[in-house]
Structure formats: C-alpha cells, structure tokens
Design a protein around this ligand. Structure first.
Ligand code: ADP
Ligand code: MG
Length: 236
C-alpha cells in the first residue's frame, strides 16, 4: 500500500467548557514525508495526544486541516474515514489498550478480521511470533506483563500493515529496560512494514530513535531544541 504524506496546515484546537477556553494547538504547520519517522516531544498536557487524535481524525480541529497525500481528510465521509483508520493507521498507546476479555491472539486477529484479511488466525499467530510471543497467544492481557502486553499491542497495530503508525508514549508505563526492548521491536516492525511513524513522548531518549524531533510547547510546534528549552526549561 502507498504511504501517504501527512500535512498539518494551521491546525488549531480549542477545548471549550462553559465560559473557559483552552487553546491546545495554535496554527500548527507540519509536513511529514512518506516513510519518515518524527518524534513530537512536549510536557504532559502540551497537546501531544490531541495532535495524534486529529491526524487519525478521531477528533476534529477547531480550524485548520489535516491532509493525506495533499487531500484534506475533512472532505471524506465518516465511512471513508473508518476505512482509512482501519487500513492506514496503526495505534500504540501508553496504556496498551488491549481488550481484556480477549486472548492475545484474538486481540491481534481483530484488525485482520475488520479488513477481511485471508486466514486471520494464522496471520495473528505469525504476528505474535514476530514480537516474540508465539507461545502466549492463548493468554489474556491480565496474564501478561506490561512489556508483553505492549508487544501484543504492537502486533495488533501492525496487523493490517498500515502505512502510518501513531505511537502515544508507547513506553510510558514501562521500566526503562523493558521500554527500550519495546522500542527495538517497534523499530524492527516499522522497518519491516516501511511505515511512517509519528511518535509522541516526553522522553528525549525515546525521541532519539526518530529521524526528526519537534517540540510542542504552548500550542506551537518548534523544530529547534534550544528555543524549546528556553521556553520550557529542560524537557526531561
Ligand atoms: P498530552 O498528550 O501532551 O499530555 P493532551 O493532548 O492529552 O496532552 O491534552 C492537552 C490539554 O488539553 C490538557 O490540558 C488536557 O486536559 C486538555 N484536553 C484534552 N482533551 C480534552 C477534552 N476532550 N476536553 C477538554 N480538555 C481536554
Ligand atoms: Mg497524552
């Protein structure tokens, strides 16, 4: 599948409640090349998850737009958007977000069934093998460690071979050693499937694995670490 470029144009997101308004993103511009990996750094509450939700069109911007291959996604119907998410986007979250009443294998099988992939059962087993969990397919998430759950989540995220992977603090709930193992697996899968990666994190060490680092500070996306630090103090 072709890998679309991702463009954000003047993207603004304001959360309103009652009389108060919280401006999270202020006219953010960003262009991500096909196959590129970009890390977005920023402190907690800076709008990183919001940015990913807008890229996946899980939420709508207040103004501005997201373009895939130059075409605004706002022009697509809800059913087109659902197909887009299913086929084109893999998601990995800090909290794994596995379905707790399903085994590891069933969690990985689900996106394969949604895209009507051939032999989802066999493919799910292959994907679990790819993340080193070939013998844990029948275990439920509660029977797996955090690192193992995130491996399952990675197998699930890559199952439909999406051209875009969005990772939201994927190591945030893991100790450093386990986290770096997970990043290795993620990097290998990304190379294997040649996906574009947008990785959000508050951890500068995690961000090192990306081709490019950007800093989300006070609603603005900066590409210069020095000016980000001046606005913030060190980003940890
Ligand atoms: P990050 O992922 O960088 O920690 P988020 O994108 O989750 O930040 O949130 C950015 C800010 O927007 C936070 O102050 C958060 O409380 C606020 N926020 C996020 N989602 C909503 C929402 N649905 N309604 C109101 N405020 C929200
Ligand atoms: Mg977040």
């Amino acid at each position: 599948m072709s890998r679309p470029t991702i463009e954000l144009q003047q993207l603004t997101k304001i959360f309103r409640s009652g009389t108060s308004a919280l401006t999270v993103l202020k006219e953010v511009d960003l262009a991500i090349e096909s196959g590129e990996s970009v890390a977005i750094l920023g402190p907690s509450g800076s709008g990183k998850s919001t940015l990913l939700a807008l890229i996946a069109r899980l939420d709508r911007p207040t103004s501005g737009q997201v373009l895939l291959d130059g075409a605004p996604i706002q022009d697509r119907s809800e059913s087109e958007l659902a197909l887009h998410r299913r086929h084109q986007i893999g998601f990995v979250f800090q909290s794994f977000q596995l379905l707790t009443n399903m085994t590891a294998r069933e969690n990985v099988r689900l996106p394969l069934e949604l895209i009507e992939a051939p032999d989802p059962e066999k493919r799910a087993a292959e994907l679990l093998a790819l993340v080193g969990l070939e013998d844990r397919g029948h275990h439920y998430p509660a029977q797996l460690s955090g690192g193992e759950q995130q491996r399952v989540a990675l197998a699930r995220a890559f199952a439909a071979e999406p051209p875009i992977l969005l990772a939201d603090e994927p190591t945030g709930n893991l100790d450093r050693h386990t986290g770096s193992r997970i990043l290795e697996v993620m990097v290998q899968l990304r190379q294997h499937f040649e996906s574009t990666l947008v990785l959000v994190t508050h951890d500068t060490a995690v961000a090192q694995l990306a081709d490019r680092r950007l800093y989300l500070i006070e609603g603005k996306l900066l590409d210069d670490e020095q000016s980000a630090k001046e606005m913030l103090g060190p980003v940890r």
